[in-house]
Design a protein around this ligand. Sequence first.
Ligand code: UD1
Length: 434
Amino acid sequence: MDTYQISGGGRIDGTVCAAGAKNALLPLLAASVLGKGESVLHNCPALSDVYAMLGILEAAGCRTEFSDGNIRICPDGMKETFLHGDLVKQMRSSVFLLGPVLALKGSVCMGFPGGCAIGRRPVDIHLSALRKMGADIEKREETIICRCERLRGAVIRLPFPSVGATENIMMAAALADGITVIRNAAREPEIEELQNFMNKMGAEICGAGTSVIIIAGKKRLSGAEWNVMSDRIEAGTLILAAAVTGGRIFVKNVRAEYMEAFLSCMEACGMRIDVRQDGIEAAAPHRLKAAGKVPTGPYPGFPTDLQSQLLAVMTTADGVSMIEENIFEDRFKVLKPLRLMGADISLQGRSACVNGVPGLHGARVCAEDLRGGAALVLAALAAEGRTVIENVTLIDRGYEKLEKTLSKLGAEMIRIKEGRDEQGKRTRQLPDIY
Ligand code: UD1
């Protein structure tokens, strides 16, 4: 398992261009399956979750090619609707394939999707919506089997505005007979991105970005070309890196209107936020003020995907913060390693009460999930001495070469590649120097 070695105390200062958004790209890849011919996606981040999704599609018979941030994908040779396998179990987002493959092929069979260890992550909302559209669904041990002659439009009211379920229904409905209406839909910007891409493929969808989405089913769609939107979560993480080190950052190509809850929280902590036409500039005071009460919520609320990172940054802010997690019940695994680094945090139900301390110290810690891993990196940037973070491949699921990005901005951070030789002895590869 690779590790990060970070010597804290450096100040983040510089300009960076936000990468393409993983949470936009994964549903776009799934939607590409619906179109006849090739789709070309630009500004694609090289993340392990993206490779896993491409692997699942390749195994099903799609042709895919990924180079220099561009993905070409052609589903015309897709024969296999059995998506069982390790890759499906590895990633939660494999569930996005249920709707489109079922709509296109009339059947789909896949293992229960996996993902980060942040909570139960059931798929009941996805399945009951597909059932309402006429799918026959069977759950056998570890496998979901869906069949239908042809899906039909339906009025579907979600019990919770699930991002993935909203996207799955949009994709299934695009080739269904008649009109589908999704009520209490999730309103995340990535859903609007999916709508716009699919409309370019020939779909007829409106309302994404509001809580009512209407989809008129079409007989066929075709491949399209698309430039993937910037990653608001990566941008937020980098702004937090500046925040925790008393630094300054300009994140290019990111849209502030998608980050309002986060940016106003950072302003309340004493950061100066300057929204420009081409990005966001953020400058931190020597020590941040505590954020007070921050509840996570569905968009436009504070994103759960920035909760762990904010929590890590609040460990050294002046005052007490109450960070309430309302989306995933088990998203506080990062508390333990943060305490090892000297943080003063207690868990009160679904809230973490963070009492800011003057400083953290380096320690050997382990990433337990993607965003929790990023949070440990932020804590290490501020800590005195050296921090070693194990299991950083989890961070690769959502950040492309985070060590390279942060090193360029002034962090003292290296990645050590660890493996085993033929005799099973542990080997360590010299770090890349950026
Ligand atoms: C997406 C994002 C993820 C983000 C999350 C919430 C992608 C690839 N991932 O995940 O980064 O953290 O939105 O913003 O876009 N739920 C059910 N039953 C279901 C579906 C969901 O109970 O069938 C629950 C989940 O357990 C969770 C909540 O609904 O508690 C939100 O999940 P959802 O919005 O579906 O998240 P994802 O689409 O998995």
